[in-house]
Every structure is written in structure tokens, then in C-alpha cells.
Design a protein. Structure first.
Lengths: 117, 111
């Protein structure tokens, strides 16, 4: 089956530093990938849509200069949290869609737990 | 995107059948009902998707009445490992379609 990986799975950083999270579709290509953020006991919140070959589309309230997204290839999207602060601590999840004939399925990565001290 | 409404939480016991109902009164003609399962500190996992009537796979069944304003996810004979959050989404069948998650239903399976 289709697999989406994320790296790292867990990261702890100091306030003010930048952190890069990678999302890879391992056995299929994805021109579009999605980035979500999830706080404890809460649902997933869409942050942005990553588009291969063009700029990402950000949801309202998400700062594009703080959350840099680069869709470098058809199998890789990266999210960089710049100048991270403790309030950015969260669980970050990416997903990529794959067509399944008459329906489409979103495959999610395992998530990245970011802790900003 | 059609808004979905689910119970916040449900409790069950091992071996029981669990039915989780989702309301989607404003579902569009080209929307499919899709259910995801999420364990703590993991990404969501696709369970089942349907458009109308009944769909069954090795994990669950999905019942959708003719008016499509609601749907029911049925998990037969749950086990402790089925404890998770279950999300119902109504989305168009478009590969580029992002998913907007509602609150989900937190299912607790007890021994």
C-alpha cells in the first residue's frame, strides 16, 4: 500500500531556532501534499496545501513567513518552523492523496512531535 | 465542504458491535462519506468510504441512508485496540481535496 513518511518523528529545540520537517511519499508521487497541526486532545487543523512547482496555499491565520513550505519534488514536501516559540509546540502531520479508481484516499504520515523549550 | 457532526465520545466493551453515527445535513451531490481512525501520536488512517447504501470491508461497514444526510460506521466485535478517535468527513472525490476534520468521536473500549 501507499506509504507516507515523516522525519523526524520527534524534535526538541530551543526557542528562536528553526526546525525542518520532511514529508515523503515513498511509493507514489504527489503533486499536492497537506500539512496539519494537532494540539493535545484536539482535532487536526489544516495549515497549508503544498504544491509541487508552485507556492503553497496557507489557511487563514497561518503565517506563511513563519511556516515555510517547499515542495521540492513529486515525493517530498518540507515544513520549516522558523524562529520557533513554545506555542508552536504541537504534533505536525502531513498527508498526500492517491487516486483509487472511483475514489481518492489521503495517506497520512506518522506525525512529528515538536517541543519548543 | 459539508460540516459533519459526531458524538464527542463513546464507551464500549470488548466483543460488542459499535455504531458511530455522523450527521452531514448539507452534504453535496458529489461528496463521499469517509471515515478515518487515529491512535494517539499517530497520523489518521483511512477506514472506509462510501457514497450511498452500504459498504463493507475487512475492518468496518458503512451505512448511508437514501437521503445521505447521515451515515453510520459500524465496527463489529471491537477489541481494546480499537480504542481511538474516529473522524467522519464528507468530501468531494477530488485528489487535490484537502480534508477538514471535525471533532471526531473518541471511542473507549473497555475489557
Amino acid at each position: 500500500g501507499a506509504v507516507v513518511s515523516q522525519h523526524p518523528s520527534r524534535v526538541i529545540c530551543k526557542s528562536g531556532t528553526s526546525v525542518k520537517i520532511e514529508c515523503r511519499s515513498l511509493d507514489f508521487q504527489a503533486t499536492t501534499m497537506f500539512w496539519y497541526r494537532q494540539f493535545p486532545k484536539k482535532s487536526l487543523m489544516l495549515m497549508a496545501t503544498s504544491n509541487e512547482g508552485s507556492k503553497a496555499t496557507y489557511e487563514q491565520g497561518v503565517e506563511k513567513d513563519k511556516f515555510l513550505i517547499n515542495h521540492a519534488s513529486l515525493t517530498l514536501s518540507t515544513l520549516t518552523v522558523t524562529s520557533a516559540h513554545p506555542e508552536d509546540s504541537s504534533f505536525y502531520i502531513c498527508s498526500a492523496p492517491l487516486g483509487r479508481g472511483d475514489y481518492n484516499e489521503q495517506f497520512f504520515g506518522p506525525g512529528t512531535r515538536l517541543t519548543v523549550l | 465542504l459539508a460540516k459533519t457532526t459526531q458524538p464527542i465520545s463513546m464507551d464500549s466493551y470488548e466483543g460488542q458491535e459499535v455504531n458511530i453515527t455522523c450527521s452531514h445535513n448539507n452534504i453535496a451531490t458529489n461528496d463521499y462519506i469517509t471515515w478515518y481512525q487515529q491512535f494517539p501520536s499517530q497520523g489518521p488512517r483511512f477506514i472506509i468510504q462510501g457514497y450511498k447504501t452500504k459498504v463493507t470491508n475487512e475492518v468496518a461497514s458503512l451505512f448511508i441512508p437514501a437521503d445521505r444526510k447521515s451515515s453510520t460506521l459500524s465496527l463489529p466485535r471491537v477489541s481494546l485496540s480499537d480504542t481511538a478517535v474516529y473522524y467522519c468527513l464528507a468530501l468531494s472525490n477530488n485528489a487535490g481535496n484537502m480534508l477538514t476534520f471535525g471533532g471526531g468521536t473518541r471511542l473507549m473500549v473497555k475489557p
